[in-house]
Design a binder for this molecule. Structure first.
Ligand code: PXG
Length: 292
């Protein structure tokens, strides 16, 4: 038996997990999603991910057909059906089936699906050597056009940036906003380290308020670090002692080079390593527990 997918209230085989070509999630990118992880039978920050999903949906006036508790149960049920203790969870809510016009009022009911799969880890090299980054020409979505705080199915801004990073021969892109301030990467937030201070761009420059970003901010105090949320430019990145990225899939990733400037010693720094260790401690003890 293959992978089971949760689709509109049922667990179905992967081959049968299909949505209509009239689904507005596909026709217009009209929908929302979350990427979540479980670690040894603990779903990390599940409540926070669900809250963000409902917040994105609220602004889009997309009615999620399940209440939070039922959605949480659906996630757990899918993990159990697949016997996964360590998983990557993709929760998607689309506007549902409508006609060829973009009017969401024509879509009677949202579609929900949950994919749980084995976590494919990034190569160890990434964490041992650090990634290379480049700032790219594509500007981060303007918050008054499509607010990056909405985690929607329209990721073309990020995909264009990813293509540009690949063209530039680096691992990942840094997007600036229309004023030239650093925002984030295509699926990760960014931090700089200088002495005992971490700095990360504030939400208003146009970023997704990452849940891993928040976890780093939460543990920083007890580790003796101050976190400031303040806009900064490429120069501050280049002169930082260390730079790291945060995201659900990547966790905490050290950065070696940005726009061909060596960052610090050009390899994972001591502060980044400390945060990587503390974050792993957190994911191994906190979360919504389930037993297979
Ligand atoms: N910024 C953006 C634009 C994101 O999409 C993050 C930051 C990090 O947020 P969290 O809450 O995960 O700490 C994201 C994360 C993936 C993947 O598989 C991740 C995201 C989107 C698409 C793919 O790495 N979102």
């Amino acid at each position: 038996m293959g992978l089971k997918i949760y689709l509109d209230g049922k667990l179905v085989e992967k081959a049968d997990a299909v949505v209509s070509v009239f689904d507005h999630g596909l026709l217009y990118g009209d929908g929302v999603f979350e990427g979540i992880r479980s670690y040894d039978g603990l779903v990390f920050k599940l409540s926070e991910h669900l809250d963000r999903l409902y917040e994105s949906s609220h602004t889009l006036r997309l009615v999620v057909p399940l209440k939070k508790e039922a959605l949480q149960n659906a996630v757990i049920e899918t993990l159990k059906a697949n016997g996964l203790k360590d998983a990557y969870i993709r929760l998607v809510v689309t506007r549902g089936v409508g006609d060829l016009g973009l009017d969401p009022r024509k879509c009677a009911k949202a579609t929900i699906f949950i994919i749980t799969d084995k976590i494919t880890l990034y190569p160890r090299e990434y964490y041992e050597k650090g990634l290379t980054l480049a700032t790219v020409p594509t500007v981060r979505n303007h918050p008054e056009a499509l607010n990056p705080q909405l985690k929607t199915l329209n990721y073309l801004n990020n995909i264009l940036a990813k293509i540009e990073a690949t063209n530039a021969g680096v691992d990942e892109a840094i997007l600036l906003n229309s004023q030239g301030y650093v925002t984030e990467c295509t699926g990760e937030n960014i931090f700089t380290v200088k002495g005992k201070t971490l700095c990360t761009p504030p939400a208003y420059v146009g970023i997704l308020r990452g849940i891993t970003r928040q976890s780093v901010m939460d543990i920083a105090g007890s580790m003796g670090y101050k976190v400031i949320e303040e806009p900064f430019t490429r120069h501050e990145l280049y002169i930082a002692e260390e730079v790291f990225l945060t995201g659900t899939a990547a966790e905490i990733v050290p950065i070696a080079k940005i726009d061909n400037r060596v960052i610090g010693e050009g390899r994972p720094g001591p502060v980044t390593k400390k945060f990587m260790d503390e974050f792993h401690k957190l994911t191994s003890k906190e979360g919504v527990r389930y037993t297979l």
